[in-house]
Design a protein around this ligand. Structure first.
Ligand SMILES: C[S@@+](CC[C@H](N)C(=O)[O-])C[C@H]1O[C@@H](n2cnc3c(N)ncnc32)[C@H](O)[C@@H]1O
Length: 350
């Protein structure tokens, strides 16, 4: 039992120095931004929003910003290496009309952009995940395309490029089924787009003789927004509960170890419990998942002044107080109270 939960806090790793990114001129981290983002304040001016999701080495994004100096261009990436490459380009070129967001494309689109706000949305060579059992990892899903349509302004355009013929057929069918979008061409896609800055994957595809499929679809009518997972739907007050008493930690550990709660499609699971190197308390690693959306948060259960204990989100990782976090803290608090019934609640926001 002990090995299942007793992890050394010292095992926590600091990212290597080359991954220290923070360049506030260009880089924004999703978890520290307001929902939705005030892009006018961010860029210091109004301008049409052009957004590239999964920008890779950043060549397309920087070319876009160079060609449209009046546009406010935003690149979204979830991987660190592409962010580093793009930052290098931005430093070299000194472009002022670009911001990079480190975060997931769907979540960023949902949280930071209001309906009807984007003039151009670009998705170049999204990972095709060709095996059927990996399709759930694809960025492009019917829900994603409905969200993309909703975020485009009237006549705003969605560009998708791929060199995977099977994926292209799936994309064509999915776009036809997406309310509010129509092809800007007479065909569903075209095989050449003049005056385009080729991306890294595009250059590789063309060099290997593979045909590329380019979709440009326009916002032409009302969209139908997908319902967003609860783990990212709204912000609440930061949840906590304080008790009077002296809990026996081994009982709390036993009650929490591997514990799972489910409400509809949302699942909360205690993944690991850590003990501090010094002093009393527990760090609880809690996984929250709904469909493909997964978030891991840390909660602290620790002494809080003489004779009192507190359960609260840990002050690491810039947590957002979502509805799901509140429910997760509530579930853990109830499990602690079941394990240690003589705890008395002193104050609680859950
Ligand atoms: C196949 S690469 C294409 C890169 C670039 N667009 C190009 O054409 O060269 C896919 C890129 O999308 C990024 N990506 C994949 N899924 C993502 C997601 N859900 N959110 C943000 N970026 C994502 C990956 O990190 C990767 O950089």
């Amino acid at each position: 039992m002990a090995s299942a939960w007793k992890e050394e806090a010292s095992a926590l790793q600091v990212p290597p120095a080359r991954f220290r990114l923070g360049d506030p001129r260009w880089l924004l981290e999703l978890q520290h931004l307001p929902w939705p983002m005030d892009w006018v304040a961010c860029f210091g001016r109004r301008g049409p929003l052009h957004v590239e999701l999964g920008f890779g080495d950043g060549a397309f994004l920087t070319a876009l910003a160079r060609r449209m100096p009046e546009a406010n261009c935003i690149g979204v990436e979830r991987a660190l290496e592409p962010i580093r490459w793009a930052l290098k380009r931005l430093r070299r070129e000194g472009l002022k009309n670009v911001r990079l967001v480190l975060g997931d494309a769907f979540i960023t689109l949902a949280l930071l952009f209001t309906p009807g706000s984007i003039a151009g949305l670009y998705i170049n060579f999204p990972d095709p995940w060709p095996k059927a059992r990996h399709h759930h990892r694809r960025l492009l899903t019917p829900a994603f395309l409905r969200l993309a349509a909703d975020r485009l302004q009237p006549e705003g355009t969605l560009l998708i490029a791929t060199d995977d013929a099977d994926y292209a057929l799936w994309i064509a069918d999915a776009l036809k089924e997406t309310p509010g979008l129509e092809s800007a061409f007479e065909t569903l896609w075209v095989h050449t787009l003049p005056n385009r800055e080729p991306t890294r994957y595009e250059r590789k595809a063309l060099a290997a003789g593979r045909a590329c499929f380019y979709f440009i679809w326009r916002r032409s009518g009302p969209a139908v927004v997908p319902s967003l997972p609860r783990i990212m739907r709204s912000e609440e007050a930061m949840p906590h509960r304080i008790w009077k008493g002296a809990p026996e930690l081994s009982r709390v550990v036993e009650a929490l170890c591997g514990r799972l709660w489910q409400d509809g499609e949302t699942v909360w699971r205690v993944r690991r419990l850590y003990r501090p190197v010094e002093g009393d308390g527990l760090l609880i690693e809690l996984l929250m998942a709904e469909g493909q959306w997964v978030e891991t948060v840390a909660l602290q259960f620790q002494p809080h002044g003489p004779g009192a204990w507190i359960l609260k989100p840990a002050e690491i990782g810039g947590l957002r107080p979502t509805t799901a976090l509140k429910i997760g803290v509530q579930a853990v608090a109830l499990a602690i109270e079941e394990a240690v019934p003589d705890l008395q609640v002193l104050s609680s926001t859950i």
